[in-house]
Write a protein that binds this ligand. Structure first.
Ligand SMILES: [Zn+2]
Ligand SMILES: [Zn+2]
Length: 347
């Protein structure tokens, strides 16, 4: 069978690899159909992973953590609903079960987290074994749209962490796929959303979501524009989804007293924060790592209900043979590519 193997920094090739074999107890064999590529994949591909000390341990790796596929075979001791021919989305989170985060039910923040497509081989291959607890049936959802469920699941986690409620004003910094998913998840809870980006082409894609948009950059004062939009006391929630460290500082400044700042964007860099804002405003600053199983199920439901919006976010499709071209193209064209999807099932 074929797989797109990342051999080293910036080097991916499609080659033959061994079959995974029959599923053991608690595992299912899945044929990935559609795999989304995202900014995390780009960082892994280029070896720019600030949180991993020794980049030489990254490769070789089969990437792909945003995936939908078809169950081909089911091992012993799996739930009865999982049968061959069921289309599923992959929840990439594997956890140790014993660390503090795991013991309190937050395996998505596990100290030894094992993500499909990051810490172990992912979905850019024709078949892989997955624990049954990490596959979620999709009903009649389209595979390419279902590849969006994983990024949407992060957004669901973010609005849960940020306790986003109806009629609240939520500012989302960054209108890439995660930012779009955040706008979708927050509007779905009845919040008003301002989506901010420097790229007008990305903001234009948010039309169907029902979010207001703000093109930032140049000499514009972001804080003033956000305050004008939110009015009153400022936005109750600000969600950072760009990975630009300085925006965390701005979020702390602009969020309402007793508000929440949710940090989704990854960065290895530092930023100063006016420490007094935390106690004086009594704000919560909350991180988000992937999501829990209930939130993944909620993302399956959300993408299913809002498939018209999801369809507008999948801008490019490539075959598995063209996976190396797909990742290079997506990295080089951020203004044009919202979500590039590799169709593993296409010839
Ligand atoms: Zn991703
Ligand atoms: Zn753990």
């Amino acid at each position: 069978m074929r797989a797109a193997v990342t051999r080293g920094r910036g080097a991916m090739e499609v080659v033959g690899v061994p079959e995974p074999g029959a599923p053991g107890p608690g595992d299912v064999l899945v044929a990935p159909e559609a795999v989304g590529l995202c900014g995390s994949d780009f960082h892994y591909f280029t070896g720019d992973i600030g949180t991993i000390d020794d980049p030489s341990t990254l490769y070789p790796r089969i990437q792909g953590h945003e995936a939908a596929g078809m169950i081909l075979d089911v091992g012993p001791d799996c739930p009865a609903e999982l049968v061959a021919g069921t289309r599923v989305a992959l929840w990439p989170v594997g956890a140790c079960g014993t660390c503090y985060a795991c013991r309190i039910g937050r395996g998505n923040a596990c100290v030894r987290i094992s993500l499909i497509g990051v810490h172990r081989d992912g979905a850019l291959q024709e078949r892989l074994l997955v624990p049954a607890a990490q596959v979620f049936p999709l009903g009649d959802q389209d595979a390419a749209l279902a590849a969006l469920i994983e990024p949407v699941s992060i957004a669901v986690r973010a609005v849960v962490r940020g306790r986003v409620a109806a009629a609240e004003r939520v500012v989302v910094l960054g209108a890439g796929p995660i930012g779009q998913a955040l706008a979708l998840a927050a509007t779905d809870r009845g919040a008003s959303v301002l989506l901010v980006d420097t790229l007008a082409s990305r903001l234009a894609r948010a039309e169907g979501i029902g979010a207001d948009t703000l093109e930032a950059g140049g000499d514009g004062d972001l804080a003033a524009a956000v305050r004008e939009w939110a009015g009153g006391d400022g936005p109750e929630v600000v969600i950072e989804a760009t990975g630009v460290p300085g925006l965390v500082q701005q979020a702390v400044e602009v969020v309402a007293h007793a508000g929440r700042v949710v940090v989704v964007g990854l960065s290895a860099d530092h930023t100063p924060v006016r420490v007094g804002d935390l106690p004086l405003k009594e704000i919560d600053v909350l991180g988000v790592s992937c999501c829990g199983a209930e939130e993944f199920a909620a993302a399956v439901d959300l993408v299913g209900r809002r498939r018209n919006v999801a369809a507008g976010l999948v801008t490019h499709e490539f075959t598995l043979a063209r996976a190396p071209e797909a990742i290079a193209y997506a990295m080089a064209h951020p203004a044009e590519v919202m979500k590039a999807v590799v169709r593993v099932d296409a010839a």
